[in-house]
Design a protein around this ligand. Sequence first.
Ligand code: 6A9
Length: 772
Amino acid sequence: IITIIHYRNQYEYTNIPVKLPKLININDTTPKLSPQRFWGTYRSNLYFGIKHRSARSLSGGLMWFDYNKLQQSNDRFLRHWCDQNDHLKYGWTYHDGETFGIEQIYDDNLHLNVQWLKQINGEHGGDWTTRINVTPQSQNRTIPISLFFYFHHDLPWIDEISSISDESPDLITIRGQTNELDGFTIKIKLNTQTNQIITRTLTDIFQLDKIHENLLTKLTTNSYEQPYILLIDQSFKDFEHNTFFIQLTLKQPLVNEIFSFDIIYQSDSSNNERQQDLTGYYFNEEINRLQKQFDERFENIFQLKTKQNMDIKKIHFAKSILSNLIGGISYFTGKSLVAKQNQKIPDEYWTTSLYTAVPSRSFFPRGFLWDEGFHNLLIARWNKNITMEILSHWFDMLNDNGWIPREVILGDEARARVPNEFIVQYTNNANPPTFFLTIEYLLKTNSNNHLFNLSFIQRLEKWYQWYNHTQYGSQPLTYRWRGRNSSSIYELNPKTLTSGLDDYPRASHPTDLERHLDLRCWMTLASTIIGKLYTIINNNEQTNKYLNYAQLLLNNEQLDQLHWSEQYGMYADYGLHTDYVQLQRVPIGKPNPQQPQQPQPTHLIRQVIRQSDLNLKYVKHFGYVSLFPLMIRILNPQSSKLEKILDDLQNPNLLWTQYGLRSLAQTSSLYGIRNTEHDPPYWRGAIWINMNYMILSALQHYAKTPGPYSDKARQIYGQLRTNLITNMFRVYEKTGHIWEQYDDKTGHGQGSHPFTGWSSLIVLIMSELYDE
Ligand code: 6A9
């Protein structure tokens, strides 16, 4: 038997790029080579933001507020960055990732409908128009509303601004130029007659380093002190200006009357090909045409009309969710901060750019490694090219050891959203290699196609070997997530952030002897996929090496020896463990004899309450981890273990709820339990959609594969699918969002929202698209 040699080398450097050809070359994202994805709504952390795929970009953004809010409180009145505390419903109802998008935003006193549409001509990514339709909602006719749109570039770019004229339909015209864009014109045009609604306009230009801090401060202080006189009369020629903004104030909005304006961007290099300006009725027609095209393509791919119990509303729900995942795709450039374990001062990674979807526009607007593999299961159905570019960007982040950061935080805007203690990425930390799921899907549907070239495969192998070298267990064919804190005194169960399942309970005492079932299963999948990739380029030697190794990991007897607990009747982790741990309140320090009356401060410390029980054993916590041999389809269809798992799945005392499968069994000693004083339960009971998707996918597989339990698998599959769809749709109708997790007792959405990352897999669940 050929096995894979596991060696440990000295991982000396954190920030040297791997010595393999890059997948995205310097020109690949330029308007010449990929005009269709040059401009985009790639600042998805904004309610509406736009930029292009260049390291330095002209960036645009929308902001607004109503004066009622401003007067009531001096915080949270300006809408700009998506923020849960704004309590808004918002999201894309259409977005195809390339050509157009339509977003609805519901604020208390106004509704916004933002339509964005691109036309590709010329050499610099073509033209686009953003139409902003505002419907005031307030019954109070005297509440003014202000809308802003701004453009910013790090370097000066404005050549000329036309004067404002109330009569002219073209409110204002800006001429500008940057290295990336060459010459261009921006027109801001009111679509509504100015005599219908009293407007007041303001423009300003200035010099800014950072949009997110300075512009906000500038605007808010000015607006707050002098709500009606905003014009800061800067002399145009005094300085080199790199920021432009316009304010439109509706002084007496009429209820339900629409106010509308267009931001029209025109590249000089499109001038010869442009038939007419992308505005007016022509814009409507184009949007309508693209909507129709989207609807048809959506039905072709997802075929929801053919499914039972799918009414118009559910189909609309599915379209919005897909659009939100796609509309969340962003483009970041900057340097990650990375460090080896125990390294005090972090190193800067080289400058990288990342094209990626994000888990949540409001809360986590940046790249997350294992989330992205799930995102692309859906994105790839819609547009394989987008997925291939996303994958390529991620694999270009490989360092010379074969490591990719778990969280990719690039640029000021992304960094501003992360608390300091979470910014540095540690080069010994892994995260599940879910890209193998995406690649598995791509391989099944494109076997003859040349999606994967040698450089791609070599990078993937390098990545694979990093896991294999650094996360290998102390026994053959076992694996262990690194990065658990064995000296932690506050945590009831030291976290395993690297596994993606954070506080999901593992062995109570982290040691080198631990065996992590989920990681072993991920490596089984990964080995198979690397083997299959090598068949594409006819490398028999490599193919055999990996597929043979996969066979070892797939062997059910081997698996059972390492991970099946006969006593508990489940697959489990193994390690130094006891369930007899508790958080106990103990005083901090010694009592102060000078002040005996003063109550002494206390904190909670983890205590082992039965030392004799602390020994090497299977970890008795039934939940998502126990299901991995099912999820990755390692279990033989004939296995009696499969029957046991299927029975356990249906047991409401364990994982089954009418809203989906919960993460941890109600019988587990850590079910719903806080990990520390300040750490509420996260993966200890809540329902997560990525795992439910994998379970459904596996159930469908076992239902289709002949075997003694196929009927049982089919029946559970059907009920679980219905439960998930019904609940997520219900919560969406009620709250306007899909959520990070769902409460296992009530079905309510919880955690961050909107969370159109992996929760968007509900679209694949609705359409029953799993691995074919
Ligand atoms: C906290 C707070 C504004 C946690 O979806 C991304 C990840 C998953 O990969 C992981 O499996 N989420 C899951 O357990 C969210 C992680 C957010 C960490 C950053 C900073 C920001 O406050």
